[in-house]
Design a protein around this ligand. Sequence first.
Ligand SMILES: Nc1ncnc2c1ncn2[C@@H]1O[C@H](COP(=O)(O)OP(=O)(O)OP(=O)(O)O)[C@@H](O)[C@H]1O
Ligand SMILES: [Mg+2]
Length: 259
Amino acid sequence: MNKRSDETKGAAQREADSPLIQLQGLGKRYGGAAAQAWALQELNLELMKGEMTAIIGTSGSGKTTLLNILGGLDRGYEGGLIMGGRELKSLSDQELSMWRNQEVGFVFQHFHLLDHLSALDNVLLPACLTKGRARAALSGVEQRARELLAQVGLQDKIDVKPPQLSGGQKQRVAIARALLFKPSLLLCDEPTGSLDSHTGEEIIKLFQGLHAEGYTVLMITHEERVSEAAQRVIRLEDGRLVSDQSQVQRSEKHEELAL
Ligand SMILES: Nc1ncnc2c1ncn2[C@@H]1O[C@H](COP(=O)(O)OP(=O)(O)OP(=O)(O)O)[C@@H](O)[C@H]1O
Ligand SMILES: [Mg+2]
C-alpha cells in the first residue's frame, strides 16, 4: 500500500474513532440558573460513531432531558456539548434546524405520526421541512421512503393511514421516517414502551439490524431486555451518570456472579 493510501486510511480510521458527541460537564436546570434542582448534573460522556447505547434510570432521573439536549431540541444547558468538533450552542438557529433535520432521527414511545397522512407521506414528512441547500438532497427521496417502508416490512402498507395500523406497524413507520436522510444519530425515547413484549422484541431486532448496518443508536428504556440488546448501557440517577458499561464488562460481571 502506498503512503498516500496509508494516510487516507489513517484519516478514515481517525474519523471512525472520533466521538460523534462529547458532553463536558453538562448540566440542566429547568427554570434557568435561579432554579435549585438539577435535572442533569456534571455529565461527562463521549458517544462514538456506530455504537448502540441504552440509557436507563428511574422515572425523573433525566433521561428524556438528556435525549432532548442531544437532539438539539433544548439548548438551555450549562457546560459543553461538542458535535463534529463544534459546540452546539455556536450554531445559528438555521444551522441547528438543518443539522437536526438531516443528522438526527427521532423515534418516540407514542410514534408521533400524523393520522390523516398515509404511511408513505408520514415517512416523507422530514422532506417537507427541508429548506434551502438541503433541497438538493431531495431527488429520489420518495423512492428512498418506499425502500425504507419495504426494509421495515411494510411494503404492502404504503398507502395505509396510521389508525389502520397496529402499534408495531406504527413504530416501523416512525423508524422509516427517522431514517429518511440516513441520520448520524438515531435517538429513541422508550421505543418499545407502548408495545407488547413480542412486538417490542421485533422492534429491538430492527434496531439491532440498523446498528449492524452502521447506524449510531441511542435509546432510553425501562426494560432490561431492551438494554441487554445494547452494546453499552449508561445509568442515570438524579441527573448524574452513575454507571457506564460496555457489553464485555457486563458479561464479565455476570460470569463473576455465576462463580
Ligand atoms: N419542562 C419541565 N419543567 C420543569 N421540570 C422538568 C421539565 N421536564 C422535566 N423536568 C424535571 O426534570 C427531571 C428529569 O425529568 P426527565 O423527563 O428527563 O426524566 P425521565 O428520566 O425521562 O423520566 P421518565 O422515565 O418518567 O420519562 C424531573 O425531576 C422532572 O420533574
Ligand atoms: Mg422520559
